[in-house]
Design a protein around this ligand. Structure first.
Ligand code: ADP
Length: 760
């Protein structure tokens, strides 16, 4: 279908597409248009990666806006929200406005009412519904990206319930659900009363296979020699082979060298693999490529001043890179761009971001097909769906004759296994996870609190709108879980039954729902806070780490003993009774929570990040993750303490501030000044400046010395503290105020740490 023949789109759109090099729609896009996606019809599109799903979403949203409507785009990952927004902002030249809603869960995002297109995660949309955002009712078109994630145990139910609620509030809502190729897309279409486009069409052919021994074995039965030298690993051999030009008998290049995308199972592995593979890519770089890569590396270093940033730049200089959710978004963009420009020859990525990286490459290597799973307590195979999505990244339309995607086998048996398990296999059907208890109790409370349902019957009606109801044939199961959970909510005072038999949320229940807590987290926190008037910071950290909303650290071997000792030593500080050592799994949870709490305590005691990562066996991104979650949960605990009039609210607030800034209590005030992180606060404190107001009135030579003679930093900090004349011209540092750990000032004035925890 020619782009000029698409009905009901805004008049500028066809020419815009043509200018972008899109003359006609891909076949699945054409099918979507025939199904009425530009005319307000709901649609489930289950099509392979890189087959143009984004354009289907854009066609739907922009035609809705052209009719005077408003559209919502639900992203699967927070890290992708701003990237999608930037993508849609390219259309602002046509008068379209775009807003992204991230950040706190307890606001109603009123300003978004003005925007034509809103981008948000399902958690955020769910919380906006709970907080009564008025514009939710004005939506005409909702796009759910990666809708197969309703299958995800942790996040799936929120997406499912959010879609059900949005549809419940507006029966005419157009829902466009984009999915990877799955076995049961028809069930999703049934659920959403939507037309179905279920297509295996790809813009470029894909050969799937397995590397074993000295050859690639493909699904069409062919084999291709690919030698692994005795000194190298298979991945390196494949990257090397892909980089090498294919020549014919006369020595003419038949196919120029290409790039490889390598999927591994953890951030750390991605970084390590990139470092190793950089040695493979670097001999293949031409002089002008080296110069261009050096520039990219410099930009990467400029994004943040951390080891990760340096490591990434070091690899990029040599033509390789890593890519994972722990990188700053600017890092990711720089890597993706350099890969698309064919400067970076090899990217090592984690599966989480497989869906987000729009970076086709000649070959894809799925190096790790097992991943550590906390739920299972060990390594678990990836799903067929995930592996196929990664494989789908192979092949650059217009550049390669076909893409190749391979797994790696170590033995003949494994070769067979991988063919069975992944190459030949159909993706698993997507199944609702709503009947899981944490999901059910959270969403029932939210549904009641937002007035969406006020009786058992209306709740059942609502649950009937979910995918779970469409899929289950076990009658009564959903109602049984529902009844159990309603009882739990009632016992814990989150809901009550009125005299007329209506269900309503209590004041406490409203607070819990608004705070976006799992009701079980709230119950745990309330119980703990009632145990002590002035709990210690560790006690509070342990309390929030015990809730189901905190993803705890695992105990490594030998740590059970270590943390059992700690548990006895710090027993007096921990809130509530410890389970007996004989109840093994509950006791281990208690210890895991203690380990996590001690990490937070170390952070709040100003221990260096490096020491923390070493002591707890975590990466800097993990510290950031724990700190963020703890901050949120402690904020929620403070609200709950306030709601219940508990005396512990002040201690909670202090513990929260300490973890937020990573400082002891005497630095809380100073560290709250923008540009002053934990280290600078400590240096200022040691130079005799103890508070924000002392900083405002401080002697400039003392401030300059305490901030390691960096005039620009000192000026910024003073200005942020509200100093009348922050200029540092002609100020000489006071030698008595110089910190003991003073180093030679660096040329770029960039200083260590500050913004807080490195680059995330
Ligand atoms: P998906 O979201 O399905 O993984 P994308 O929407 O990112 O895939 O599309 C992959 C690439 O294909 C993008 O670079 C996009 O610009 C391009 N593309 C999409 N539709 C067309 C088309 N009809 N003709 C040519 N290129 C297209």
């Amino acid at each position: 279908m020619d782009v000029f023949d698409v009905p009901a789109v805004p008049e500028w759109l066809p020419q815009h597409l043509r200018d972008e090099g899109i003359e006609s729609l891909y076949p699945p896009q054409g099918e979507a248009v025939e199904a009425g996606v530009t005319e307000g019809e709901s649609l489930v599109a289950s099509i392979p990666t890189a087959s143009g799903k984004t354009l289907i979403a854009e066609l739907a949203m922009f035609s809705a806006v052209a009719r005077g409507g408003k559209a919502l785009y639900i992203v699967p990952l927070r890290a992708l929200a701003s990237e999608k927004k930037a993508e849609f902002e390219a259309f602002e030249q046509y008068g379209l406005s775009v807003g992204v809603s991230t950040g706190n869960y307890d606001s109603d995002g009123e300003w978004l009412a003005q925007k034509d297109v809103i981008v948000a995660t399902s958690e955020k949309v769910d919380s906006l519904v709970r907080n009564g955002a008025p514009w939710i009712d004005q939506l005409d078109c909702v796009v759910a990206d990666e809708v197969h994630l309703v299958d995800d145990r942790n996040r799936g139910p929120t997406l499912e319930v959010t879609l059900a609620k949005l549809r419940g509030r507006n029966p005419n809502l157009q829902v466009v659900a984009l999915s990877a190729t799955i076995g049961n897309a028809d069930e999703l279409a049934d659920w959403l009363d939507a037309a179905l486009v279920d297509s295996a069409w790809r813009p470029i052919d894909l050969r799937k296979g397995v590397h074993y021994g000295q050859a690639l074995h493909f699904d069409d039965g062919t084999q291709e020699e690919l030698r692994v030298k005795s000194s190298e690993k298979p991945t390196a051999a494949i990257v090397r082979d892909t980089l090498t030009d294919d020549v014919d008998a006369e020595g003419n290049v038949v196919e120029a060298g290409g790039s490889t995308l390598v999927f591994v199972n953890s951030r750390r592995n991605a970084e390590a693999a990139a470092k190793r593979l950089a040695n493979v890519t670097s001999p293949h770089l031409a002089g002008d490529e080296l110069a261009a890569l050096a520039e990219v590396a410099e930009e990467i270093r400029g994004v943040s001043d951390t080891e990760t940033s340096d490591d990434l730049a070091d690899a990029v200089e040599k033509g390789a890179a890593f890519h994972h959710a722990g990188l700053a978004s600017q890092h990711r963009e720089l890597v993706e761009e350099a890969f698309r420009d064919r400067l970076v020859k090899c990217v090592c990525a984690t599966p989480t971001l497989a869906a987000g990286v729009n970076t086709p490459s000649r070959r894809v290597v799925v190096r790790d097909w097992r991943r550590y799973s906390g739920d299972a307590g060990g390594m678990q195979p990836l799903s067929v769906l995930e592996v196929h999505q990664m494989m789908g990244r192979a092949g650059r339309p217009g550049l390669d004759p076909y893409g190749e995607a391979v797994l790696l086998a170590n033995s003949h048996d494994e070769l067979d296994e991988l063919f069975e398990r992944y190459v030949w296999a159909e993706p698993e059907p997507v199944r609702s996870k709503l009947a899981a208890e944490p999901a059910m109790r959270t969403h029932l409370l939210a549904t009641i609190a937002s007035g969406f349902a006020d009786s058992r019957e209306t709740l059942v009606d609502f649950l009937e709108q979910t995918l779970y109801a469409t899929q289950t044939n076990e009658s009564g199961r959903l109602e049984q879980v529902m009844d159990d959970m309603l009882r739990y909510l009632e016992v814990n005072d989150f809901i009550e039954e009125t005299e007329s038999g209506r269900l309503k949320a209590t004041g406490l229940g409203h607070t819990v729902s608004r705070l976006y807590l799992d009701p079980m987290s709230a119950a745990t926190i309330i119980d703990g806070l009632q145990q002590a008037e002035t709990p210690s910071a560790l006690g509070l950290y342990h309390l929030v780490c015990r809730t189901p909303d905190m993803y705890q650290l695992y105990l490594r071997s030998g740590e059970r003993e270590e943390f059992t000792m700690e548990a006895y030593e710090r027993e007096g500080e921990l809130l509530g009774d410890a389970p007996s050592e004989f109840e093994e799994s509950r006791f281990d949870d208690w210890l895991s929570a203690l380990k996590t709490a001690m990490l937070l305590e170390d952070w709040a005691n100003e221990t260096d990040e490096d020491r923390i990562t070493e002591r707890y066996g975590v990466g800097p991104g993990d510290i950031r993750g724990k700190v963020d979650t703890a901050e949120w949960l402690l904020g929620a605990a403070e609200s709950l303490a306030g709601e219940l009039g508990l005396g512990s609210a002040a201690s909670v607030r202090e513990a929260k501030k300490r973890v937020e800034y990573g400082v002891r209590d005497e630095l809380i005030d100073l560290a709250g000044v923008r540009g002053v992180g934990r280290k600078r606060a400590r240096r200022l404190f040691e130079a005799g400046i103890g508070t924000r107001s002392e900083l405002r009135n401080a002697d400039k030579s003392v401030v300059l010395a305490a901030l390691r003679n960096r005039p620009k930093t000192a000026e910024t900090v003073l200005a942020n503290a509200g100093h009348q004349h922050p200029e540092m011209d002609d100020v000489t540092p006071d030698p008595d105020a110089a910190p003991d750990d003073v180093a030679e000032p660096r040329h770029d004035d960039s200083d260590d740490d500050q913004s807080s925890l490195g680059d995330f």
